[in-house]
Design a protein around this ligand. Structure first.
Ligand SMILES: NC(=O)c1ccc[n+]([C@@H]2O[C@H](COP(=O)([O-])OP(=O)(O)OC[C@H]3O[C@@H](n4cnc5c(N)ncnc54)[C@H](OP(=O)(O)O)[C@@H]3O)[C@@H](O)[C@H]2O)c1
Length: 292
């Protein structure tokens, strides 16, 4: 069972796993978006069951877990991102991220684990992020959910070990999926000029679109790794995927986190200054044209 299969890693993993011969239940919160997955399955010459699941809906989680029992492999992949400074993000937005990225995964894991205990074992794959290993500026709530998910995986791995249940944390850096395109939500206060963080929010956006996204990895790499993990009898505890993720993790291990933060900070300041200059120019040419 895989969550969040309307796009990105979930869609590619569902199609890849089905092609590899797994009996896949691919879930998505909005079945109107099933076409993309159906096309991917058709292209792969594979079939999968597609069903609805919003991971923030406790009743729906119970129903789907019962409907497809026993689940032997669970991929908690559904996730959202709401960008913006922590000063601007509302309590409701922060809650929404936690309900999707953390509590949804925990609820489904609990039910799947109970079934796996009964059936003698299984694999739980939690799609966390590099943002769960290091901080992620202007994405503090997202980063907190992924730290929580990694902490959860680390903890339950030992609890579930006696029952032959493997718990794996997948930790990709930036990859080209909808989460950094159509699903790259911003906090409702993101463009609020009254916010202290207004120009930095904008600077971060520039940094993201001009420097980070063009260097993002291909989503297929992550999906292929997840399918590979499904077949591992002795998977690793963590899979760090992508050049950026490996680089940041090595820096962390070498005690160079401060150095890395300095580099990121310098880039943020440059991007913010560049964006400010662009805005000033725009204002000046508007004034010239309108006299105001
Ligand atoms: N791409 C990256 O750079 C990156 C890096 C590290 C980790 N990740 C993680 O990878 C996972 C997959 O994201 P992606 O990169 O593949 O982005 P994506 O293309 O935006 O896919 C996210 C999926 O999660 C679904 N989703 C969101 N809220 C949901 C809910 N309440 N219930 C069920 N499904 C829900 C989305 O459905 P809708 O279409 O209905 O919105 C979509 O299918 C996420 O957990 C993300 O945090 C991504």
């Amino acid at each position: 069972m895989i969550t969040g299969c309307s796009s990105g890693f979930g869609l590619l993993t569902a199609a890849g796993a089905a092609k590899a011969g797994y009996n896949v239940v691919a879930t998505m919160r909005n079945l109107d978006k099933r076409d993309a997955l159906e096309n991917a399955l058709a292209n792969a010459g594979a079939i999968a069951t597609i069903d609805a699941l919003d991971v923030t809906d406790a009743e729906a989680i119970k129903k789907i877990a019962a409907k497809y029992a026993p689940i032997d492999i669970l991929v908690n992949n559904a996730g959202i991102l709401i960008m913006g400074s922590f000063l601007d993000i509302t309590a409701d937005e922060a809650k929404r991220i936690f309900e999707t990225n953390y509590f949804g995964a925990v609820s489904l894991t609990r039910l799947a684990a109970e079934q796996m205990i009964q059936s003698g074992g299984g694999t739980i794959i939690n799609v966390a992020s590099l943002a769960g290993r290091v901080g992620h500026l202007f994405n503090s709530a997202y980063s907190a959910t992924k730290h929580a998910l990694i902490g959860f995986s680390r903890s339950i791995r030992l609890e579930l070990k006696p029952f032959n249940i493997k718990v794996v944390s997948v930790e990709p850096g930036y990859h080209k999926t909808e989460i950094i395109r159509a699903n790259a939500n911003q906090t409702e206060n993101f463009y609020n000029r009254a916010s202290t963080m207004f120009e930095y929010n904008r600077g971060f956006l520039q940094l993201m679109f001009n420097e980070i996204i063009p260097r993002a990895g291909e989503a297929e790499v992550v999906a292929e790794k997840i399918v590979e993990i499904m077949g591992e009898s002795n998977p690793r505890r963590h899979y760090i995927i992508g050049k950026d993720a490996r680089f940041a993790t090595v820096c962390q291990r070498l005690g160079l986190e401060g150095w890395l933060e300095g580099k990121i900070f310098a880039r943020l300041m440059t991007a913010t200054e560049r964006q400010n200059r662009r805005e000033e120019k725009k204002k000046a040419s508007r004034k010239k044209a309108t006299g105001r």
